[in-house]
Each structure stands twice: as structure tokens, then as C-alpha cells.
Design a protein around this ligand. Structure first.
Ligand SMILES: Cc1cc2nc3c(=O)[nH]c(=O)nc-3n(C[C@H](O)[C@H](O)[C@H](O)COP(=O)(O)OP(=O)(O)OC[C@H]3O[C@@H](n4cnc5c(N)ncnc54)[C@H](O)[C@@H]3O)c2cc1C
Length: 390
């Protein structure tokens, strides 16, 4: 659903211009310095990017799912680090609060997140609980009007720069299912919370990711999201459901950009006396990229509209994430191929995107986990039941 079509078209066209004129020219600097320059962070904050998915009542833009994915497809045509900088606030770092926070919790944090003054992070994964997130071991033990959290979270996006962490911890040690898990809002500065040095990664330079350590970390009981114990995993699944559609859009923007770059290259690169784009085997690569990009875009937009209409899109969201992330990997590979040796040499955006987009098939559910979800839900829809993971 788009609330005001002509106003939103204007938003998208200024965003497109901003990406082209301000972000793309700074990509090499981000890669070199491994950070998004502060002046760009301030500009993006001033333009309201951090508040895209935060409701207007708390100072955000309150984008619908359809609006959010359209904006995400534009922003993600620049280096993934730019959108990752705002991406936890427009996604997993604020969504638990938006979905299930109490009015007091929302008042306390969301306005600052919408302004980009406070960066959120979502801390679910642990060294021994990745795909099997329910196996998480971080404990939260009540002590008067506080809980004391102990555990380690790993691979947490924006942890080194975040001021607020949504931490999933087990409040009921006797219940090893999802029902034993609660979601806590943990502020940087609460005693016992620390973050490690950023990992050195294959790609996505400029997007810091690290471990989060909780050692006797005292968190007020009032900071359980929604005020209710045992609801954390349900909240996490709500977050991931929306985020999977959002992430699918964030896989589509880079694919669009890579194809644009590859077309520009193949139309000017001459071999055998003519531009390589004239060779039909190269054209097949272009056609396959374009077809898959369009298919992903259509699927994502349809799912976003269904979500805005209040439909249960759990199956569709998984399909979007699985298809778009795999599509983006195939597009990246074909685009390197179209560039020949140049695609392998540092300094060309396609070489960087090729490394950056590899992550999409791993986080927020690996492709295998989505295949399982999709198959199981499809079988169940057909009226059958098979055993295994939910
Ligand atoms: C850069 C980066 C940023 C991240 N950001 C965040 C974040 O902000 N917050 C957060 O909480 N997490 C984050 N993650 C964690 C991410 O979500 C996990 O890495 C992901 O869920 C996979 O878990 P794992 O790495 O432990 O892999 P594993 O679960 O150990 O999987 C290893 C392999 O086994 C396969 N596998 C596992 N189970 C099954 C099964 N049942 N059937 C078939 N195959 C299976 C997987 O598909 C994979 O191929 C991030 C990760 C990275 C690398």
C-alpha cells in the first residue's frame, strides 16, 4: 500500500538522486576506511532515513511495507554499507519495539532511533545457536525489579556502534522451548554489557559487526519488551517476518546496480571489433539477470502488499528472502563474468558487490533454513504433516 502515490514518487526520485550524487561517489572511501563517513551519517539522519519504518507518532516516516521495500531497493543500489548503517533502525534493531513494545518503551527509545541519534542492534545469534536459534543459552535471572543477564551473542550487526540492543535471553531455565525466551532492551552503559572489536569480514566493509558480551548485566524488569516474560521468540519471529521481505528488497537493489554497471561495461568494451554486448552469449547473461531481477521485484511487491492488507505472509516472506538472496548471488556471478578479468580486480564496484552480497544467503535464515520452512509450510497447506523442524 502506498499512502500518497505522487508524494511517494517524489520521495523515491529524490532518494534516487541522493544515491547517485552523494552515496555512489563515496563508495570507494567507505571501502578504504571501513566506515560510513560521519557527514554522510548526519545527512542520512537529516533526510529521515533512520526513521523509515518507525511510526509517525514517534517521529518516523511510518512507511508501509510496500513503501519500505521500494525505498530499500533504491538505497541499496549504493554500497551495502550505507543501508546497513541505517538498516538496523529501519529493520531488526527497532522492529521488536515497534511491534510489541509498551507505550513507555516506545516513547523512551523510538524518537531517538528515528532521528538517528540512537542506533539499534538485534542480538539473537550465539556461538552455539545459529540456525537453531531456540537453543540460545543466554540466561536472564530475576533479582528484585531487575534481571541479570549472562551470555555471549555473536555476529551482531552494528553492535560496535549501537546504543540499544534487543537481546533474546532465556528467562525460564526449565523451559528449553521458544516459550522460555524473553526479549530485553539493553542500553549501552548498563553495567555488564560490552562489545568486542569488529570482525574482519569477506565483504561489507563499513558495516561493523561484533560479539556482544553480557556478564552479570543488570537490566530493569521494565525493559522486557511488551512487559511480558516468555514472549521474546514470538516477537523475534514477527521481526524476522517483516525483515525477510525488507531484506529481499535489499538484495534486489544491488542486483539492479550490478546489472547497470555490467551493461555500461559490455556496451563500451570492444573485442573482435565490436562491443561485447553484441555477442548473444553475453546478451543471454543480461537477459537472465534482468528476468530474475524483475521476478524478485514482483514477488517482493506482491508480498509487501499482502502484508499491508493484514494477510499472514510467513510463507511468502521466506520465499522472498530465499529467492532474492539466491538471485542476487547469481546476478553477481554473471556480472563478474560479463566484465571478464576486470570483474576480478579491486576497484570495480562489481568486484566489491560480489563479496558484499555473499552474506545475504547466510543471515536472517540461511537458504537451507528457508528451503525447509517453505517446504514444510507448503506440505502443511496441502493438508499433510511431516516431522522435523518448525
Ligand atoms: C555479517 C553477519 C551479520 C549478522 N548479523 C546478525 C544480527 O544482527 N543479529 C543476529 O542475531 N544474528 C546475526 N547474524 C547471524 C546469522 O543470522 C547466522 O550466522 C545465521 O543464522 C546462520 O547461523 P550460523 O552462522 O550459526 O550457521 P549454522 O547454523 O551453523 O549453519 C551452518 C550450515 O548448516 C546448515 N544448516 C543448519 N541447520 C540446518 C538444517 N536443519 N537443515 C539443513 N541445513 C542446515 C546451514 O544452512 C549452513 O549451511 C549475522 C551473521 C553475519 C555473518
Amino acid at each position: 500500500m502506498i499512502r500518497d502515490a505522487s508524494a511517494f514518487e517524489q520521495t523515491l526520485s529524490s532518494l534516487r538522486r541522493y544515491v547517485k550524487e552523494r552515496l555512489i561517489p563515496r563508495e570507494a572511501e567507505v571501502e578504504e576506511r571501513d566506515e560510513v563517513p560521519e557527514d554522510i551519517v548526519q545527512e542520512m539522519a537529516g533526510l529521515g532515513f533512520f526513521g523509515w519504518s518507525i511510526p509517525e507518532a514517534w517521529g518516523g516516516t511510518g512507511m508501509t511495507t510496500e513503501e519500505l521495500v521500494l525505498a530499500a531497493m533504491e538505497l541499496s543500489q549504493a554500497s551495502v554499507a550505507f543501508r546497513a548503517r541505517v538498516g538496523t533502525n529501519t529493520g531488526i534493531g527497532s522492529e521488536a519495539l515497534v511491534a510489541d513494545g509498551t507505550p513507555e518503551q516506545k516513547d523512551r527509545y523510538l524518537p531517538r532511533m528515528a532521528r538517528g541519534e540512537l542506533t539499534g542492534a538485534f542480538a539473537l545469534t550465539e556461538p552455539e545457536a545459529g540456525s537453531d536459534a531456540v537453543a540460545l543459552k543466554t540466561r536472564a535471572v530475576r533479582d528484585g525489579d531487575h534481571f541479570v543477564l549472562d551470555g555471549t551473542k555473536c555476529f551482531i550487526t552494528n553492535a560496535p556502534i549501537a546504543g540499544l540492543f534487543t537481546v533474546m535471553a532465556r528467562t525460564d531455565p526449565t523451559d528449553l522451548t521458544a516459550r522460555g525466551i524473553s526479549a530485553f532492551l539493553v542500553e549501552r552503559g548498563m553495567p555488564g554489557l560490552s562489545t568486542a572489536a569488529p570482525y574482519r569480514k569477506m565483504g561489507q566493509a563499513g558495516s561493523p559487526v561484533s560479539e556482544v558480551h553480557l556478564q552479570g548485566c543488570r537490566v530493569p524488569a521494565a525493559n522486557i519488551i511488551g512487559g511480558q516474560e516468555g514472549m521474546g521468540f514470538k516477537t523475534a519471529m514477527k521481526v524476522l517476518n517483516k525483515q525477510r521481505i525488507h531484506l529481499a528488497a535489499l538484495c534486489t537493489g544491488p542486483a539492479i546496480r550490478m546489472l547497470d554497471e555490467a551493461i555500461a561495461w559490455t556496451c563500451q568494451r570492444r573485442q573482435f571489433g565490436r562491443p561485447v554486448a553484441e555477442f548473444q552469449l553475453v546478451q543471454a547473461l543480461i537477459a537472465d539477470c534482468q528476468t530474475e531481477i524483475q521476478a524478485a521485484r514482483a514477488l517482493i511487491l506482491q508480498t509487501a502488499r499482502q502484508r499491508d492488507d493484514g494477510e499472514d505472509v510467513t510463507l511468502q516472506a521466506s520465499i522472498c528472502k530465499y529467492f532474492a538472496s539466491e538471485m542476487c548471488g547469481r546476478v553477481a556471478d554473471r556480472c563478474v563474468q560479463m566484465l571478464g578479468g576486470t570483474g576480478f580486480i579491486q576497484g570495480h564496484p562489481i568486484e566489491r558487490f560480489y563479496r558484499d552480497v555473499r552474506l545475504f544467503r547466510l543471515y536472517e535464515g540461511t537458504s537451507q533454513i528457508h528451503q525447509l520452512n517453505i517446504a514444510r509450510r507448503t506440505i502443511a497447506k496441502a493438508g499433510f504433516q511431516v516431522g522435523g523442524r518448525d
